[in-house]
Design a protein around this ligand. Structure first.
Ligand code: FRU
Length: 476
């Protein structure tokens, strides 16, 4: 398929059913599908949206273009779960089918209000000259999971002084007031985060302030900002596109960063003593993470494992990308920690007693202080994925260069992260055929990435490390 603009933005009802059938056929033959990670039924999955708990279930939506592995006319696909581990895909729930979202139902969030789930998202509208006119749209979902859009946008146009890069609303509530946190670009082409406020979710919404979370320059655009609170400390998780590498040392095409404040001033939306910027993930593929404060008291997040503008090996099979496991966020000693939610225990089956593991496995790794250790996953076709631990110098390197089909090589094929020197290192690796998530020292550092093996059988090899491998359930 040659993906012209016309084809990418073709209304869904003009696609023949055969397009989806062809992709489904290719997927049925694929060796690269995932066993326990969220993946698209067909086509492209990008940002997580509307992550929430409503009507006794977890809800999560994904940005979807179902007709191919490209960014086209986006809709929201609806997933539900009782345990944050097993997800049911209910299909598309928000189509780009009104004048306020004619070129895409872009990213957004959700909050429970008046026994309904109130959704806010960006309507991507383009005029005849293909100029953007972003609208922030409201919609309500009832207990039957039926969604009704509100016809008048909550925020109809970018604020004066800002460009048409104005999107990705996160709705939050505090002290009986509602706030929308929004990614924006000033006319001088700098990235910012704006705050709107209202007394009711339906509005009227008015501009309050910029969010003050750093004194640094944030590049040319901030996508997908999320403000969450952990023990009353504010955490902003966001994607500052084009940010200088002197401010944030990142290696992917675009970064997903975070900042923690010591405390938060709600009157001025200011982080008091903000930390410097950190990468949320030191791996290859994490972007557009969505986080929210769940009613059970946890701060939860899900990451898109995929990046804009990068070709992935599954493109030829008509699908692309997946999500991370749901992770719980904590703060310890001023640092953000991420670990898969405890519910993931349910995936554990038996311990492996030989080197052979399965495509769905979890490795628990211990490396004593003052040691050089390696842990590798090797396949029957000699794919090699290698993790090197230097606990004396506190350096961990993940290398995917020799594992199956290479991609995104321009951005490097290994990643380094650092921890305290001269200490034992513990790590947990979740491996799921074409994705890995490595959680180091209880989630102090995380390295995530895709891997596309040529082989189908997998073995663990380790030197100087103590490794326990556990088979995980294949639930997809
Ligand atoms: C980030 C993003 C968002 C936008 C969405 C469109 O990956 O570009 O800014 O809302 O994807 O799918």
């Amino acid at each position: 398929t040659e993906w012209t603009t016309k084809l990418r933005y073709l209304p869904y009802n003009q696609w023949p059913q055969s397009q989806l059938d062809d992709i489904k056929y290719k997927i049925s033959k694929s060796h690269w599908r995932l066993g326990y990670h969220i993946q698209p039924t067909t086509g492209l999955l990008n940002d997580p949206n509307g992550f929430s708990y409503y009507n006794n279930q977890w809800h999560l939506f994904y940005q979807s273009f179902p007709y191919g592995p490209v960014h086209g006319l986006k809709s929201w696909d609806h997933l539900t779960s009782d345990d944050l581990v097993h997800w049911k895909d209910n299909g598309i729930a928000i189509y780009a089918d009104t004048k306020n979202d004619s070129q895409g139902a872009y990213s957004g969030s959700a909050i429970v209000s008046d026994d309904q789930l109130f959704i806010v998202y960006t309507g991507n509208v383009r005029d005849e000259s293909w100029v953007r006119h972003p609208k922030q749209i409201g919609a309500v979902m009832n207990e039957n999971n039926e969604i009704k859009k509100i016809s008048e946008p909550l925020i109809n146009e970018p604020r004066a002084g800002y460009t048409d890069h104005f999107r990705d609303p996160q709705i939050i509530e505090h002290d009986n007031k509602f706030y929308i946190i929004l990614g924006a670009q000033k006319t001088d082409k700098t990235g910012h985060v704006l705050v709107y406020e209202a007394d009711k979710v339906t509005g009227p919404w008015s501009f309050k302030t910029e969010l003050h979370f750093t004194n640094e320059e944030m590049g040319y655009m901030v996508e997908c900002p999320n403000l969450v609170f952990i023990n009353n400390q504010p955490v902003l998780i966001f994607c500052p596109q084009g940010i200088s590498k002197s401010i944030l040392d990142y290696h992917n095409i675009y970064p997903n960063a975070y900042v923690i404040g010591e405390s938060f001033d709600w009157d001025t939306f200011t982080f008091i003593n903000p930390s410097k910027l950190h990468n949320l993930d030191d791996g290859f593929d994490v972007y557009a993470t969505q986080a929210f404060n769940s009613p059970d008291g946890r701060a939860l997040c899900v990451s898109w494992i995929g990046l804009p503008e990068i070709e992935y090996p599954t493109d030829v099979e008509g699908w692309a990308h997946c999500y991370s496991l749901v992770k719980e966020l904590k703060i310890n000693n001023g640092k953000l920690y991420q670990l898969p939610v405890v519910e993931n225990k349910k995936l554990e089956l038996n311990k492996f007693t030989t080197d052979k593991i399965s495509a769905q496995s979890k490795l628990k790794i211990n490396v004593p202080a003052n040691n050089d250790a390696t842990v590798s996953i090797i396949s029957d076709r000699n794919d090699q994925f290698k993790i090197t631990f230097d606990s004396k110098n506190g350096k961990i390197v993940v290398d995917r260069s020799k594992f199956g089909q290479n991609f995104a090589q321009a951005y490097g094929e290994s990643r380094l992260t650092e921890v305290d020197t001269n200490k034992d290192i513990t790590a947990v690796l979740y491996f799921d055929n074409t994705v890995f998530e490595l959680f180091i020292n209880d989630g102090e550092k995380v390295i995530t990435g895709r891997l596309f093996p040529t082989g189908t059988e997998f073995f663990v090899k380790s030197d100087n490390a103590d490794v326990e491998s556990i088979q995980l359930d294949k639930i997809n």
